[in-house]
Design a protein around this ligand. Structure first.
Ligand code: ZN
Length: 172
């Protein structure tokens, strides 16, 4: 069957940047399983996989606008070192959960430290980067009604509501 809205897609993928460096891959792990048409994956990749079938190989370069967005300089912030209470040593590359302007939790990455000032970046680590995906479609099936109502896949490779890493659904 062809990948369409409410297909459950199982795929292997490798993600490289324009320099050819592997940034993420499912090779050596279980295939990635997602619900098509539910915003589970970035829009550019979802569009590239639409209509594909089991066994297809897809290579696609996705612009930041259709991936993790362009970098927003306003998301770079300089904060006093004193605001990192309980952290013995701040280093570039460290990530923290912080509260965004609307109270939402966001992950920020330390990019620089100068004296008592720490620069943090709340952009997604892949924001502003064109993404080169090589995908092979392992399996395509029809989603169950429950998966469609939840907006994600259950079972192998999907959400397991029975475990502590299950998510924040409360409508079971
Ligand atoms: Zn669910």
């Amino acid at each position: 069957m062809q990948i369409a809205k409410h297909s459950v897609v199982s795929m292997n993928y490798t993600l490289k940047n324009d320099q050819g460096q592997v940034m993420d891959t499912s090779v050596g792990r279980e295939p990635l399983v997602y619900l098509h048409g539910a915003g589970n994956i970035i829009p550019g990749l979802e569009a590239a996989l639409d209509g594909k079938v089991q066994g297809d190989n897809v290579a696609v370069r996705i612009a930041p606008e259709n991936a993790y967005g362009v970098r927003n300089p306003a998301l770079m912030q300089r904060v006093p070192k004193a605001s990192f209470q309980g952290v013995p040593e701040i280093k570039p590359g460290m990530q923290f959960r912080a509260q965004g302007p609307q109270g939402q939790v966001q992950v920020v990455t330390v990019t620089a430290i100068e004296g008592d000032t720490v620069t943090v970046d709340a952009n997604h680590p892949l924001a502003g980067i064109p993404l080169n995906f090589e995908v092979s479609i392992v399996e395509v099936r029809t989603a169950t009604a429950e998966e469609i109502s939840h907006g994600h896949v259950h079972g192998a490779g999907g959400q397991d509501h029975g475990h502590e890493h299950g998510h924040d659904h409360d409508h079971h």
